[in-house]
Design a binder for this molecule. Structure first.
Ligand code: ADP
Length: 247
């Protein structure tokens, strides 16, 4: 691939719900290796934006480019297989499986169909999952049922399940909502570690957390980019102050 090619870009992206443009002519791009945070007031279009990237909904007009490839017409399944993984706000782990089994299941998920879903993983895959368990801080709890993990540990396990599927771009929706300060910091550290090997786009409300992880912040407002910059730049931008005060 071209060295300067964006991992993700949208061009004049618009999502019109019966005359209401939830996403309005949005031009967005992020480079490979970037950890980007998207913030914006309620109703700014953040969830719709992720739904458009993952193919859950189809744009009215405009393009979504992943590694330069136009994925606008691809199904959710195809986009996921191409290498975009999405983590929803609430953890979706299998409570009666152990942490390790959850990761093994996730690793098998893209390798096809039901027969192979519970197949034993290969030695190299098992080693990879062992490393991943350490990365998400669950090495000592690998054989514990997910039901017995704390909320923060479940969040980390689900991020691990995403990574187990080997995506190149991780989309993470409000990962620290309802977490303790300590768990928030754990998630921040995990995302920063993962950003060494993945592009990551995080949607977040918690400004302290944004400050911990973000180098570049995009502010979304009324379905389009209001401004971009470092957290200090955007927090001091009069336009940003105005839309947040207006809430
Ligand atoms: P955010 O995640 O930033 O809070 P959303 O993307 O959820 O914003 O929503 C943006 C706007 O689009 C909101 O005003 C919401 O009511 C509207 N919206 C979202 N989905 C639909 C839909 N399926 N039909 C109509 N309006 C929608």
């Amino acid at each position: 691939y071209k060295a300067n090619e964006n991992i993700l870009a949208t061009e004049n992206l618009t999502m019109d719900f019966d005359g209401f443009k939830a996403i309005n002519n949005l031009n967005f791009s992020m480079a490979r290796g970037e950890l980007r945070v998207v913030i914006g007031p309620n109703g700014a279009g953040k969830t719709t934006f992720l739904d458009l990237i993952t193919g859950k909904i189809k744009p009215t007009t405009g393009q979504v480019l992943f590694k330069g490839q136009n994925i606008r017409r691809y199904s959710e399944e195809q986009i996921s297989r191409l290498g975009i993984g999405r983590k929803f706000q609430t953890p979706r782990v299998y409570l009666n499986l152990t942490a390790r089994e959850n990761l093994e299941l996730a690793a098998n998920l893209h390798k096809n169909v039901w027969g192979t879903l519970f197949k034993k993983v290969s030695k190299s895959e098992r080693d990879r999952i062992g490393v991943l368990l350490e990365t998400i801080g669950l090495g000592v709890k690998a054989e514990r049922a997910a039901a017995l993990l704390s909320h923060g540990e479940k969040q980390r396990l689900e991020i691990g399940m995403l990574v187990a599927q080997s995506p190149e771009l991780l989309l993470v929706d409000e990962p620290v909502a309802g977490l303790t300060d300590e768990e928030t910091e754990n998630i921040g550290n995990l995302l920063m570690t993962l950003s060494e090997s993945h592009a990551i786009l995080v949607i977040e409300h918690d400004m302290e957390f944004v400050r911990q992880i973000a180098r570049q912040v995009t502010v979304l407002h009324e379905g389009t980019v209001l401004c971009e910059g470092t957290i200090d730049e955007v927090q001091n931008d009069p336009r940003v102050i105005e839309v947040y005060l207006g809430q």
